[in-house]
Unconditional design. Structure first.
Length: 342
């Protein structure tokens, strides 16, 4: 399941409050916990965040709502990455940090930062693997990045050009007020082009030593979310599928917001396979279930996604060399509440 930081939701909520919208009611209406908004470490599912965006635009009746949200972007909105950006020696370094660690902010974020001649281009997109975010989300990312750059530099930063995939809004005034440069709509990308000299100019309050320490923190967070624990994410997706029968690669990939090919590649990168993970998960759960006196073999087979108790038995023999009934007879038994039985 793809997620995004609560800090982004917090910015949306602040903009809703500016519009005199009852945010607690709106959040509960789409199944989001209002009390988690202030917890900047909490992550909401991408599906929930997309639902919030849709509800917010409908509630305000403002098609330019994404630009209102951008006004509430702060370094904390970008997690530890935002603080590293604010300590950067230049806006170029800040942009590089943003592009490198954007997926810490949102699993769906795809950010590319590159040099084009003497200038710099920042391109952004959101790959959710499911329902597509509404265009106001992109408005917030590009406008919010620009506003944060100006906050870091303590001076205006005027882009050379901004491109959006979405069509031109009926009222363009909010866009022109924020970007103050030519804006092209209906393009093939969402991007913002900066003058090279603007991004390479030193930041007066920079502290690269601190920024590098924050980079290490960001790297640890990224490693936790996307590398060493990916197999655990796959296992979590498998657990929910087991009672419905044999889990499929296709459905697991969908739940994780990626293609089947990406799923298999990332498992291969961790020196494992889909079938190996499924077997190890079933084996672990089988040991737990077999200790429970309240579960029959048929029930255990069902919970593990096998078509029959005989199919479960064959798999268990393959794992352990014993039939499940033999293993159960030789082990202490637990009751339904986990108490040890005589």
């Amino acid at each position: 399941m793809q997620t995004g930081l609560s800090a982004w939701v917090f910015a949306i909520v602040r903009a809703l409050e500016d519009a005199a919208i009852d945010t607690a009611q709106l959040l509960r209406g789409i199944g989001m916990a209002p009390e988690k908004v202030g917890d900047l470490q909490h992550r909401y599912s991408q599906e929930r965040v997309t639902s919030l965006w849709i509800a917010a635009v409908e509630a305000t009746g403002d098609s330019n709502f994404g630009l209102k949200v951008a006004r509430h972007i702060r370094p904390s909105t970008f997690h530890v990455v935002g603080y590293a950006m604010s300590c950067s020696s230049s806006l170029k370094r800040a942009a590089e940090r943003f592009a490198h660690s954007a997926r810490l902010i949102s699993d769906a974020a795809v950010v590319d930062f590159s040099k084009i001649g003497d200038d710099y281009l920042l391109k952004v997109d959101l790959h959710t693997g499911g329902r597509q975010p509404i265009y106001q989300t992109i408005d917030t990312i590009l406008a919010g990045f620009l506003i944060l750059c100006e906050w870091i530099q303590s001076a205006p930063v005027v882009p050379l050009e901004v491109k959006f995939r979405h069509r031109k809004p009926q009222d363009e005034s909010d866009y022109l007020r924020i970007f103050r440069c030519p804006i092209r709509y209906g393009q093939k990308e969402n991007s913002i082009l900066f003058r090279g000299s603007d991004l390479e100019q030193p930041v007066p309050s920079a502290n690269e030593e601190l920024a590098m320490l924050l980079d290490e923190m960001a790297a640890r967070h990224l490693a936790y979310r996307f590398t060493s624990h990916f197999s655990l994410k796959v296992r979590d997706a498998l657990v929910g599928q087991l009672p419905n029968g044999e889990p499929s690669k296709q459905e697991t990939a969908r739940l994780l917001g990626m293609t089947e090919r990406t799923l298999l590649r990332r498992l291969r990168d961790e020196n494992t396979t889909f079938q190996e993970l499924l077997d190890r998960l079933r084996e672990k759960l089988a040991f737990d279930y077999l200790r429970r006196d309240d579960l029959t073999m048929e029930k255990i087979a069902y919970l593990l996604g096998f078509s029959s108790s005989s199919a479960f038995s064959r798999a268990f023999v393959r794992w352990t060399g014993q039939r499940p009934s033999e293993w159960r007879d030789g082990r202490p038994r637990l009751g339904a509440n986990g108490e040890l039985l005589d």
